[in-house]
Design a protein around this ligand. Structure first.
Ligand code: MG
Length: 203
């Protein structure tokens, strides 16, 4: 396990699985679609608080930890920036996101609310190939790295053309299909298939 001392920036990739892009009626992007959450939204606890009168959806994602400062000068160099892999939930206020999209406005408020970056703090040195989310003991999302439109290297090389990374940055690398609403009382299990599972409760 890799211990993280402090999370710096949180980058997220939108529409990185064809099945998910289609389920929301979106086209697959030609380049990685990057947005951010505030680093104060990190939630390492076992509780997910759903804000009152909001419809919050789960997006299960592999989260990559950046292990050094700087930027990848080449695609080949991109891998050397990764120091660990975990799973997380990019929680999304889908109704608000829809309104903002219609108005052509940034998604920030729909993605970056209190506790919206749910994360298992146990990062692994290697990335297992599959990951999953159970809600109330039923499989809701299952992802495979081979279905990612943009690889970890593609994403890191793309972000490197925009900004420098800081050691401790993380990247939510996109959700497979099967996103859905979280309700109070839901029991969540998420993890890499056949590996450690993190259990959470929606309150
Ligand atoms: Mg997402």
């Amino acid at each position: 396990m890799i211990e993280i001392k402090k999370i710096e920036n949180i980058y997220c990739v939108g529409r990185n699985f064809e099945g998910h892009a289609k389920e929301l009626g979106n086209k697959v992007p030609a380049a990685p679609l990057i947005f951010q959450k505030s680093n104060s939204t990190i939630n390492f606890t076992n509780k997910i608080e759903v804000p009152k009168n909001k419809t919050i959806e789960h997006e299960l994602e592999v989260v990559v930890l950046i292990g050094k400062n700087g930027s990848a000068k080449t695609h080949k160099e991109a891998r050397s920036f990764i120091s660990g892999f975990s799973v997380g939930l990019d929680l999304t206020d889908r109704e608000l996101q829809g309104d903002l999209k219609k108005k052509g406005l940034p998604w920030f408020a729909a993605k970056s609310f209190k506790g919206s970056a749910v994360l298992d703090k146990n990062f692994k040195p290697e990335c297992p190939k599959e990951f999953y989310l159970n809600v109330n003991h039923k499989l809701k999302q299952k992802g495979s790295l081979k279905d990612m439109i943009f690889s970890f290297e593609d994403i890191i090389f793309h972000i490197s053309k925009i900004v420098d990374f800081k050691k401790g940055d993380i990247i939510f690398t996109g959700t497979p299909e099967g996103v859905g609403t979280l309700e109070r009382g839901d029991q969540i299990e998420m993890g890499f298939t056949s590996h450690y599972t993190k259990k959470l409760f929606v309150v």
